[in-house]
Design a protein around this ligand. Structure first.
Ligand code: EPZ
Length: 417
């Protein structure tokens, strides 16, 4: 298992480019199942979750050609409408094939995801939505079997709570359903809008993506399309925090500033000078940091996927910051590891109270999930001495060459096998 060895103390300087969004690329790859024509996707990041999704699609019957950041998918027919436990257990987003498979072939068999490091993360809302669209669902032997032999039919779906991949799954199911589907309390994340843009390019009729109500008029068939994935806002946000936490001056290029407003606002309130040199660039120049409370919310609120990184930042801010996690019930695993490095963090249920500014020191720490690992990398960049982060396969799920990008900006970080 690979480890990162990081020696802290260098202020990061210079440009760091953003890759395409992992969480946008995953549903886009699944959407290619909806047509028998080729779909070409640009700016697909080279991360482990994407490779897992490609493996899954190949098993289902897709031909997948990868050429740099471009992936060409062609699924003349569905060979096996199944997402096996072996893949679902390593990546919960595998459940994104449920909607497209039922829509295209009238049948899907998808393993139920088990527990997860950040919360229970059930997929009951995906199932509920598909039932509204007329699918018959049976759960047995750890699998969900969905059937709609006569095809899905449009319906009104009122989500009990906002779910990102649930909204995406239902969107992909509804585009081929007969008649109109209305999704209420839909997720407004940019990744949902990006998926809707791809589906529209494939011939789907969708209105309202990016708002809480999405209306879909089903069509009989979708065609092939070419689409470029949006920039990864979480990766970009992680690099802005890397600049801020090290007292550096980092310019994040190829990003979408409109997707980062909640983070930028918190950075500015805490004393970081954030400017936008051009339409797809943000620069974070750090002054003295002071604590600012933060509560995670669905988009356009502060992303839960940046909460761990923000907590690392607050360990270096003067004062006390209260961080409230509202999306996942167990997403504070990084707090104990940060504490091992000298952070002063008290956990009270869904609330973390971070007292700064503390001098951190290098230590051996363990990455527990993707974003928790990113927060440990950030903390290590300012810690005195050497930090060894174990289980960096978590970070490889969602960050492409993070060590190379950070090293180019002056970080002392290396991967050891
Ligand atoms: C997506 O996960 C992202 N993953 C996550 O990114 C992200 O943290 C999350 O949205 C929230 O923004 C992808 O896009 C692939 P949810 P998702 O359904 O869709 C509950 C990362 O680090 N819920 O919006 O699985 C759920 O338990 C990650 O890149 C139900 O109760 O999240 C959670 O508390 C990890 N029933 C809340 O809703 C359901 O059927 C929001 O989850 C579905 C969800």
């Amino acid at each position: 298992m690979d480890k990162f060895v990081i020696t802290g103390g260098n202020a990061l300087q210079g440009e760091i480019p953003t890759n395409g969004s992992k969480n946008s690329a995953l549903p886009a790859l699944a959407a290619a199942l909806l047509t028998d024509e080729p779909v070409t996707l640009h700016r697909i990041p080279k991360v482990r979750d994407i490779r897992t999704m490609q493996r899954l699609l190949i098993d289902i019957g897709s031909q997948v050609e990868v050429d740099g950041e471009t992936v060409r998918l062609h699924t003349p027919r569905i060979v096996s409408p199944e997402a096996p436990y072996e893949l679902v257990k390593t990546m919960r987003a595998s459940s994104l094939v449920l909607g497209p498979l039922v829509a295209r072939s009238g049948r899907a068999r998808v393993s139920l995801p088990g527990g997860c490091a950040i919360g229970a993360r059930p997929i009951n809302l995906h199932i509920f939505g598909l039932e509204q669209l007329g699918a018959r669902i049976n759960q047995a032997y750890g699998y969900i079997e969905a059937e709609a032999p006569g095809g899905l039919r449009g319906a009104t779906v009122q989500f009990e709570r906002i779910t990102v991949t649930g909204t995406e799954d239902l969107l992909m199911a509804a585009v081929l359903a007969k008649g109109e589907t209305v999704l209420h309390n839909a997720a407004r994340e940019p990744e949902v809008v990006d998926l809707a843009d791809l589906l529209i390019a494939m011939g789907a009729r969708i209105e309202g993506a990016g708002t809480s109500t999405i209306t879909i008029q089903g069509v009989e068939k979708l065609r092939g399309a070419e689409h470029t994935i949006i920039p990864d806002r979480i990766e970009a946000g992680t690099f802005l925090i890397a600049g801020a936490i090290t007292g550096g001056d980092v310019t994040v290029t190829r990003c979408e500033p409109a997707h980062l407003e909640a983070l930028v606002s918190k950075l500015q309130q805490s004393g970081v000078v954030v400017t936008q040199p051009d339409a797809c660039t943000l620069r974070a120049k750090s002054g003295g940091l002071h604590s600012v409370d933060m509560t995670t919310e669905e988009f356009p609120g502060f992303a839960t996927d940046l909460q761990a990184q923000y907590m690392a930042l607050m360990t270096q801010a003067e004062g006390i910051a209260i961080i409230v996690e509202t999306i996942f019930e167990n997403r504070f695993m990084h707090a104990q590891e940060l504490a091992r490095m000298g952070a002063n963090i008290r956990l009270e249920g869904r609330q973390a109270i971070v007292a700064g500014k503390r001098d951190l020191t290098g230590a051996g720490v363990i990455a527990s999930d993707l974003r928790a690992s990113a927060s440990l990398v950030l903390a290590a960049l300012v810690a005195k001495g050497e930090t060894v982060i174990d289980r960096v396969y978590h970070i490889d799920r969602g960050y492409e060459k993070i060590e190379t990008k950070l090293a180019q900006a002056g970080a002392q970080i290396r991967r050891v096998e």
